[in-house]
Every structure is written in C-alpha cells, then in structure tokens.
Design a protein around this ligand. Structure first.
Ligand SMILES: *Cc1c(COP(=O)(O)O)cnc(C)c1O
Length: 354
C-alpha cells in the first residue's frame, strides 16, 4: 500500500479469486468454470470481430440484448450487460446501497458481496445460514434494507430456494431491491425471471461464465423492470459505457445461437455431479444436495485443508475456504467424467496414505 491510498480503503479486504496457476497444468476444479471450451463458431465469431477493434463496441449491446430479451420473454430495455455478472453486482451495490442504505445477504455466500459493501461504504446486514446450510428465509422477510442479495442456487453450498420463497421475500420487502444472483441456475435451479412481471423490486442477475463456457470472455447480465435497468445504466454510463468489448459481444450472440448445446452440457454436468456425489459419499464424505456445477463436500475427518493440499500436490485444484463455518468443506467444481475419476482416484490414494 502506498502513502497515497485514501484512508477509507486502508482496511478494505479485497476479493480473493480462486487460483489461475501458470506453473503447471492442473485439473482445475476450483473456480466453477465449464470443462467444455466454447464452440468453434463462437471462437470464429469473436475472432472475426477482432478486425473491427479500431471502433468502439456498441455501448448498448443492442444485438445481444435483443437476443437475450427474446430468450427470456422480456423487453430489451429490461436487460443490461455487464463485464461479468460481477460488474452488474457492482452497479447494483452502487445504485442502491450507501452509508444510510444497508444491504442484507447471508453469511455464507458469494465472497464478493461483503467486498462491494465495504468498498462503497454500505453497512452490511449479515443473515447467518441455518445449521444445515440452508438460507434462513424467515430472517429475510421484511428485513427492510435498501437491497437484499441472495445467490440462488447459493455458493458454496449449491442449495436452492423455491420460487415461492423468492416471491415472498420480494413481497415482504416492497421498499427494497431484491437481487437474485443466478450464476448457477442453469445446472438445476429455477429462474426467478418468471416472477418479474408481478415483482417490480426484483433484479435477476445471470452470467455466461459457468453454464455457457465463457468465463474468460467476461459477460453477465441483469434482468429487471425498465426502471431498475435505467438505474443500473446510470451507474454504467458514469463509469464505463463501453464495458463489453466487441469480441465478447460477438461471442455472446454466437453462444445464444447454440443455446441447445449449453443446455445439453449442463445436463451432462448434472449427471456427472450425481455420479461424483455418490462416489464421494461412499468414501465417507458428507455433502449438501447441490444443484449447481460444484459439490460442497466434507471429508470424513473434517481435514479439508489437508485434503486440498494433498490434491494440489497431485495436480488437482479444488477450492478451500478458511471461514469458521466452512473450513471443514471443500468446494469441488464438477468437470468432465474423466476429471472426476482422476479426482476420486487421487482421494482414494490420499485416504490410503493416511
Ligand atoms: C461466479 C459467480 C459470479 C460472477 O461471475 P462472473 O464471471 O463475473 O459473471 C457471481 N455470483 C456468483 C454466486 C458466482 O459464483
């Protein structure tokens, strides 16, 4: 830190992304990426668009927004594109939070929520998950903060709330924006987009990163009322109007052209998830019933950190969190069947060595 940094950032704890190592080839099961690369036509569309990079990208993302609007049965004015869904989250925290406008979210959830709150000077109302790692939905009813943020399915637990509960949270907080972060919805959750018509305070956030093989392209979007999207655009046009580059806009549209492939890949991952969960249970692990593209798994001895390190030595990366309630668990991305077999083989070796 330099002497120049403003004092308000002195104690800011930045988000720590999962490792993207460059020292060797790992089986990467640590950041919930897709194991399947983008389709050749997606790569071709992005490559072709590179030839136009002397010109700025369309700040409105008109083509892609129109396509997403058709996909979700909403108007294009109800959609905003982000440089990853992280940017949509950032816009929303800036738009609705403030020193006098707190934001509520669960204690165990996406690690970026408290970071944005701290960065923007927003008081946090932290609602602990229940002992079984489910969201304490009662505690969110009438919580009366400026915004409520819930990942559904939640990370790192993989557990999802039914839509009736989301509707209820919206209805019991009419003065709050309710942001539902659906980064993992395509792997087995139910999207709250269908609730938008009757719930003017609902903001649904999705991403191309996990279910559409485009994590490195950085493309997310928010869907809400035209008024909420106008609020978010106010922040976007005050920070970075050209937030999505040309290649990514083209890749996103080409990906939507082949949405059926993404759907099939998600189904494949759901099958591999069930296979891996069963095998891990047979090895003594305790797991939540994840409907996401990752498993949240506790080794029999609770030594998740040791298991993380032993897997790393064998070239397999998983995610370990040191937080008090989660430190006995690993978050393991569901990859291909072959990757999961390599994981299971390594775990058997590690368990034998102990
Ligand atoms: C991965 C993730 C995001 C962010 O994804 P982007 O790559 O920025 O689109 C947002 N929310 C949750 C819960 C995530 O796991």
């Amino acid at each position: 830190m330099s002497n120049f940094l403003h004092g308000r950032h002195a104690s800011l704890k930045a988000y720590v992304p999962g490792e993207q190592p460059t020292d060797q080839q790992y089986i990467k099961l640590n950041t919930n990426e897709s194991p399947y690369p983008p389709l050749p036509e997606v790569v071709a569309a992005a490559t072709a668009e590179a030839a136009n990079c002397h010109l700025y990208s369309d700040p409105k993302g008109t083509v892609l927004r129109r396509r997403l609007a058709a996909r979700y049965g909403v108007k294009p004015e109800q959609i905003i594109l982000g440089n990853g869904s992280d940017e949509i989250l950032s816009f929303a925290f800036q738009a609705y939070g403030g020193p006098d406008a707190p934001v509520a979210f669960p204690d165990i959830s996406y690690g970026f929520y408290p970071v944005y709150a701290d960065l923007y000077g927003i008081p946090k109302v932290i609602v602990p998950l229940k002992d079984d790692f489910t969201v304490d939905t009662e505690a969110f009813m009438g919580v009366d903060t400026a915004m409520v943020v819930i990942a559904n399915p939640n990370a790192p637990t993989g557990l999802a709330l039914p839509l009736e509960v989301i509707a209820h949270i919206c209805e019991s907080n009419p003065g709050s924006v309710v942001l539902i972060d659906e980064a993992y919805v395509d792997f087995g959750g139910e999207s709250a987009v269908s609730l938008l018509a009757g719930h003017p305070n609902l903001l649904v956030v999705q991403t191309f990163s996990k279910s559409r093989s485009l994590a490195g392209g950085r493309l997310g979007y928010g869907i809400a009322s035209t008024e909420i999207i106008a609020d978010l655009n106010r922040i976007k046009y005050s920070t970075n109007p050209y937030n999505i580059n040309r290649m990514t806009l083209a890749a996103g549209a080409a990906t939507l052209d082949r949405d059926e492939v993404c759907t099939a890949r998600c189904a494949e991952i759901a099958q591999t998830r069930a296979y891996t969960a069963e095998a891990l249970r047979a090895l003594g692990f305790t797991l939540t019933d994840s409907v996401a593209n990752f498993l949240f798994a506790r080794p029999a001895d609770g030594n998740a950190e040791g298991m993380y390190a032993a897997l790393r030595e064998r070239g397999i990366l998983v995610r370990y969190f040191s937080g008090e309630r989660v430190r006995e668990y690993l978050r393991i991305t569901v990859g291909t069947r072959a990757q999961m077999d390599a994981l299971l083989t390594a775990i058997r070796e590690i368990e034998h060595a102990n």
